[in-house]
Design a protein. Sequence first.
Length: 82
Amino acid sequence: MAALFASDASADDLQVAAAASLQGVLDELLERWAEQSPTPATRVSYGGSQILARQLHAGAPYALYLPADRRWLLQALAWAGA
């Protein structure tokens, strides 16, 4: 799994964009993390890697992008100028 971190996200909440196929494992991981560290609050948007990448490119305030498809990670990095 690959991830892209963005710096424009709010410090109050951790905004995460994740592929729908990761929902089961990510929900469990975040539940365990919240037990250990209740802050910051985590908000996850699940969807297709392409849709989430386009939302990120359009300015969605995601701090973390977890695509299922490496091609969309590379595209998001290209859009970010990385």
